[in-house]
Design a binder for this molecule. Structure first.
Ligand code: SAH
Length: 213
């Protein structure tokens, strides 16, 4: 599959839709305008890739809706060279958006099939995350901690303690919290023990599962 002027046109339309839905961060919109989302999906979804919808990516998982990716990315307030931990690599689309925003991305995926597929895809697209890991995101990545920000891209029943511990002071943790429906939640680490909590409405994600390996 290639990236063509037609795809670019569809991306421009998607960016307008995201703006209408309230996404205002210019750098996030620019990243979405540049990342060829259709290349993160099976070719049978090529015609739909720029709709603002989630689609299956195999192993019972989904690529997040562009609005959700934009919303979470905006909440992270990414600065160049920020060290960001992503839980739930999936298709790699969110990883690519963070990379485009200038972040050093560390990402964890628990489904081996998706881990392998995405690992093979990144070099083809010139996306260079700092570190790809196969494992349980509930544990974070203690060897690489602390992080400027952490983003969880699956619905978490609770906030995993290790993720809070691996966040720098002043750092931001963006996590959808809940079982069937999730409340988008932002925690800002104030000091060693205190976190400020903000909530941002309902979203729907596939569940963050504990490792059974
Ligand atoms: N960021 C992805 C979203 C994929 S859906 C994208 O843009 O495509 C959420 C992903 O989280 C799935 O791939 C799922 O396998 C993964 N996941 C679920 N529980 C996990 C866990 N405990 N650790 C790491 N990844 C997990």
């Amino acid at each position: 599959m290639k990236d063509t002027a037609k795809h670019q046109g569809l991306r421009n339309q998607l960016v307008s839709i995201l703006q209408q839905k309230g996404i205002s961060d210019k750098s996030v919109l620019e990243a979405i305008q540049k990342i060829p989302r259709h290349l993160f999906l099976d070719s049978s979804f090529e015609d739909y890739a720029y709709q603002d919808k989630a689609f299956p990516i195999g192993a019972g998982q989904t690529i997040s809706q562009p609005y959700t990716v934009a919303f979470q990315s905006q909440l992270l307030q990414v600065k160049k060279d920020d060290k960001i931990l992503e839980i739930g690599t999936g298709s790699g689309y969110q990883t690519a958006v963070l990379y485009k925003l200038g972040a050093k991305v560390y990402t964890v995926e628990r489904q081996n099939e998706l881990f392998k597929k995405t690992n093979a895809l990144f070099p083809k697209l010139g996306i260079r995350p700092k570190h790809l890991s196969f494992g349980d995101g509930y544990k974070g990545l203690p060897l690489h901690a602390p992080f400027d920000s952490i983003i969880v891209t699956a619905g978490a029943p609770f906030i995993p303690k290790p993720l809070m511990a691996q966040l720098k002071i002043g750092g931001r943790l963006v996590i959808p919290l809940g079982e069937n429906v999730q409340i988008m939640t932002l925690l800002i680490r104030k000091n060693e023990t205190q976190f400020e909590k903000h909530e941002f409405g309902e979203f729907r994600f596939v569940p963050l599962l504990e490792d059974k390996n």
